[in-house]
Design a protein around this ligand. Sequence first.
Ligand SMILES: Nc1nc2c(ncn2[C@@H]2O[C@H](COP(=O)(O)OP(=O)(O)OP(=O)(O)O)[C@@H](O)[C@H]2O)c(=O)[nH]1
Ligand SMILES: [Mg+2]
Length: 285
Amino acid sequence: MQQSIQWFPGHMTRTKRKITQLLPLIDIVVEVIDARIPQSSRNPDLDQLLGGKPRLLVLNKVDIADENATEAWLAYYRKHNLPAMTLDCKTGKGINRLVPLMREVLRDKIAAWSQKGMEGRPVRAMVAGIPNSGKSSLINRLNKGGKAKVEDRPGVTRDQQWFVVEGGAQLLDTPGVLWPKFEDQTVAARLAFTGAIRDEILDKEELAFELMKVLAADYEPLLRQRYKLDGTLPDDPWELLQLIGKKRGMLISGGEVDTLRASVMLLDEYRGGKLGRITLELPPK
Ligand SMILES: Nc1nc2c(ncn2[C@@H]2O[C@H](COP(=O)(O)OP(=O)(O)OP(=O)(O)O)[C@@H](O)[C@H]2O)c(=O)[nH]1
Ligand SMILES: [Mg+2]
């Protein structure tokens, strides 16, 4: 990508400090990642920040991720002894496994509590992860009151907040945290495609061009289906974007395609899962 993606608003610095402060109260960290980019959506700072706290990885948004890719990622985590589960907050599929799995990861600690007479002490979990991965949605699935604020943009949760849920657990909602420098611009682009980075700071046409490249290479049938394209497709991603814009009637005076509108549409539709189930990265071999 030509533009270099750098984004680290002040509330993230505050969040990192807060996470360190709150850590002594926490038994386990529930790390919520985006199943469409399981690698890129893991914050490399988190390991250092969490200093060896037990962890449960939640691959969220599996409803819009490629099922085979998700299976491959689960096998990969199993191989590396990293407790992991899948979740779809849109329907709630998988949510019932969360608290039992947390307690399973902490079984030795829970047994020790019983011995010390602390039978029934709830497990305290910090729900952490990058912006927009679905941390608050996960909490709302368990907390019937549905009080955590959810929106389809990054940076919605601004403060830490505790929620008591059924099954013997307390969950701490936290604001999403990204890392300050994206050394790898492929990672940065994937975070932008999926909506983890605020749109206002990005060149949408360049981003859509990059996404189109990936989709044309790996998911052509889904592109054809969504935008009703037949015949030979142009090799150039930019021409393909123009073709799609034209199909959707996005024209400006003089008959030219409004490429900005087409770009915004492509990004929106990908983010919302409208193109189908698409995962942008597979586990390392
Ligand atoms: N398709 C799909 N969308 C989801 C899922 N979980 C959450 N979302 C959507 O993702 C967007 C972000 O959800 P939030 O719960 O606000 O994410 P968050 O991690 O709390 O975000 P921040 O507070 O900004 O860090 C919302 O539009 C949700 O509806 C899921 O499993 N599947
Ligand atoms: Mg939130």
